[in-house]
Design a protein around this ligand. Structure first.
Ligand code: ADP
Ligand code: MG
Length: 503
């Protein structure tokens, strides 16, 4: 399948008092593996359970307990890597990242610093039709999530909920290739879309299922390209990390605030402290949380309780063979196979279930018409009712039947909308509904002629006017439609009126 071609989006330029500045952004996305049990224990990952219900002895770090790797989670990381066209490392290993936190009973997090399971990949970040950037992924590693401290249940005490402790996360680290707040949001959107297609992460951002640490720095306009060419980013501006962002809108607002804050400091002759900051959505500002730790602060070392992971190439090949068609390929195929615009194809492939719905309806029919009906009528109606496509009251068969009635000329587009409403509210077979309710379009020219003759006889003045000015023939079309309850075939009506008026 030939790929669509793209132009790169322009970086966002901020005009400061002393010159133009550009943004440099790199994201570390934590995506929870869609697994029923945790990374190193059999405890459940069910969201919303009673606090501390999903906790095994391993998660609680009882003395003597040993972690056991969950093969399913490893498979999902490999699957994700393959979906991002990344190198899969047949050898990887787990390291302990040591730090104290009340919701981390082990006193360390098991992660992969030195030998991650997935190496370099890429994500095509779509901006608008014909504009996209290939953002490189540096690595993906597997690690454990921490628990949750609860501070707002009691005035004098804090609580700890370990349900999330030990849940498998994939940390997906991008290169600093992202150049505007919009691109950062589009990157997360695309990554989420791919993960959902792959089925490796639910991507539910409200539940914290996917969250992003957003690294932001600024540099004088033009400098980035120079460093990009050399591949050495170490001389770019000092970055700040905006922690745990879980909304596309806030990601953009936080980056924008942060860019302006850094530019103001630099133009004032100051320097940027490398630190971790938190975004406060109520005030639309970022605040310093702590100065950034360096890797050596964590005293990483290989976890002695876990053997390195050695996987077989044949297993990787098997997983590769089972990958579904991914968004870029599906979009390109829809454009070519169904003749729809790239924009429509993007909308229809946003979710795999939407894409399947479209494809079922469009097969053997006019693709453009199917796309229009699904995007404008069906999605519009679903939105209004706050429903998702899998709950659609109109099935692919029903919508297909409506489209067939239109293309056979049995109903007009306008009547089709009425029919759509009836099927939405009452269900039923569209063809039968049209029969029973007498909604069929009148194409019988005799019946239409009779109606036209009567209207012309009743309105001789209009006939004279329309003959003098053919534009006024539209008045007769309206009258005939009214007389036939909108069921007359407009093409036939137009022809008959024109011939009777001799225009
Ligand atoms: P650390 O080891 O401190 O976490 P990494 O090299 O892993 O640093 O980078 C973390 C993230 O920061 C990556 O997503 C990377 O793309 C991004 N990053 C690195 N340098 C910059 C920079 N100058 N500006 C913005 N983001 C950057
Ligand atoms: Mg890092």
């Amino acid at each position: 399948m030939s790929d669509l071609t793209y132009e790169e989006p322009k970086p966002k330029i901020y005009s400061g008092a002393k010159g133009d500045w550009e943004l440099v952004i790199g994201l570390e996305v934590h995506a929870q593996v869609a697994s029923k049990s945790k990374l190193f224990s059999g405890a459940s990952t069910q969201f919303g359970n009673e606090p501390n219900l999903n906790v095994s002895m391993v998660d609680a770090a009882m003395p003597g307990m040993l972690p056991v790797i969950n093969e399913f989670c490893v498979e999902q990381a490999v699957r994700t890597g393959l979906g991002l066209k990344a190198a899969i490392n047949l050898y990887s290993a787990f390291d302990r990242k040591n730090y104290f936190y009340p919701d981390l009973p082990q006193g360390y997090q098991i992660s992969q610093l030195y030998h991650p399971i997935v190496g370099e990949g890429e994500i095509l970040v779509d901006m608008e039709p014909g504009v996209a950037r290939n953002v490189r992924v540096e690595r993906i590693h597997l690690e454990q999530d921490a628990g949750k401290s609860v501070h707002d249940m009691d005035p004098n005490m804090s609580f700890v909920d370990l349900n999330r402790t030990g849940v498998a996360l994939m940390e997906i680290v991008s290169m600093p290739d992202i150049r505007s707040p919009e691109e950062a949001a589009a990157y997360v959107t695309k990554l989420r879309q791919i993960l959902r297609y792959l089925g490796t992460c639910d991507g539910n951002m409200q539940n914290g299922n996917m969250r992003a640490d957003v690294n932001v720095s600024v540099c004088p306009s033009g400098q980035y390209e120079k460093f990009r060419a050399t591949g050495n980013f170490s001389h770019l501006g000092t970055r700040c990390e905006l922690k745990n962002m879980n909304s596309m809108r806030f990601i953009q607002m936080a980056i924008d605030f942060e860019a302006r804050r850094q530019i103001a400091i630099l133009e004032d002759g100051g320097t940027i402290d490398q630190e971790t900051r938190l975004y406060d959505a109520d005030k639309n500002e970022t605040r310093s949380m702590r100065s950034k730790e360096e890797a050596h602060d964590y005293r990483y070392f290989p976890d002695p309780d876990l053997l390195p992971l050695e996987i077989e190439q044949s297993w990787v090949d098997e997983i590769a063979a089972s990958l579904p068609e991914l968004p870029d390929a599906k979009k390109a195929r829809f454009v070519i196979e169904f003749g729809i615009t790239e924009y429509d194809a993007s909308v229809l492939t946003a979710d795999a279930i939407d894409a399947d719905y479209f494809e079922t309806v469009a097969k053997g029919r006019d693709g453009k018409q199917a796309a229009n009906w699904i995007i404008n009528e069906l999605f519009g109606r679903l939105n209004k009712a706050n429903l998702i496509i899998s709950d659609s009251p109109i099935s692919t068969n029903q919508l297909g039947a409506i489209l067939d009635l239109i293309s056979k000329g049995d109903i007009s587009g306008k009547i089709a909308k009425d029919l759509f409403e009836i099927v939405w509210n009452e269900g039923g077979e569209p063809t039968k509904i049209v029969e029973i309710r007498g909604m069929k379009q009148v194409t019988d020219s005799g019946a239409i002629e009779t109606a036209v003759d009567k209207i012309m006889a009743d309105n001789p003045d209009q006939v004279i006017k329309a003959q003098a000015n053919p534009k006024l023939a539209g008045w007769f079309v309206g009258q005939v439609m009214k007389a036939t309850g909108g069921k007359a075939n407009p093409k036939v009506v137009n022809q008959i009126i024109a011939s009777k008026l001799h225009i």
